[in-house]
Design a protein around this ligand. Structure first.
Ligand SMILES: CC(C)(COP(=O)(O)OP(=O)(O)OC[C@H]1O[C@@H](n2cnc3c(N)ncnc32)[C@H](O)[C@@H]1OP(=O)(O)O)[C@@H](O)C(=O)NCCC(=O)NCCS
Length: 166
């Protein structure tokens, strides 16, 4: 059973690897191996022992609110966001469909509801659209094509949820 807690800087290496692996596997399948690094940005160096690589990863993870899901001492999920905006969400593939994404999103919504947020927006990956629909989010525009670090061509579905409306 995973627990959800606030991220600490000492989690940066594990979270960096989780993001690099999950993003590559589930969202960047359309990218050629040569171009993958462009789309991963600093996360292409996940697991590197070099300090500048580690600092660049820690820097890009930082956000107003970062939550992690921990199972048996291992980080298996992460959500980054700020008031009104869910920035990114990743759950390790071998832990999908266990309610971890739901737990992270519910905790995020609760914390910002308590701070007076009324709407949460997210640019959902196409992979995650059924998940966000199940969480009560609705499509707010058509699909957009945009940037991921220096890589262009990632398709996202802008979605939104009015808090307190189920
Ligand atoms: C999207 C993601 C975070 C969902 O995490 P998860 O922990 O597997 O989701 P949950 O188990 O909490 O799912 C809650 C509900 O969402 C729906 N859902 C989740 N994944 C789904 C899928 N692949 N297909 C259809 N419905 C899905 C289901 O209704 C599910 O409830 P159920 O399992 O009881 O049927 C995870 O698939 C992931 O990390 N994907 C790759 C990265 C990504 O695309 N992130 C989104 C960035 S915006």
């Amino acid at each position: 059973m995973a627990i959800i807690r606030h991220y600490q800087e000492s989690d940066a290496t594990s979270v960096g690897k989780l993001i690099a692996d999950t993003y590559s596997e589930f969202n960047l399948g359309f990218v050629s191996p040569q171009e993958l690094g462009l789309f991963l940005g600093p996360f292409r160096h996940a697991g590197s022992p070099e300090k500048p690589h580690q600092e660049a990863i820690a820097q890009v993870i930082r956000s107003a609110l970062v939550l992690v899901a921990e199972d048996d001492g291992e980080i298996v999920g992460v959500l980054r966001g700020r008031k009104d905006r869910l920035g990114s969400l990743f759950v390790r593939g071998d832990h999908h469909r266990q309610g971890i994404g739901r737990g992270l999103v519910e905790q995020f919504e609760l914390e910002y509801l308590q701070q007076g947020a009324t709407v949460i927006r997210v640019a959902a990956t196409l992979y995650a659209v059924p998940f966000y629909l199940a969480m009560g989010y609705k499509r707010s525009t058509g699909v957009r094509t945009g940037w991921s670090f220096e890589g262009h061509g990632l398709q996202v579905q802008p979605m939104r949820k009015v808090l307190g409306k189920g």
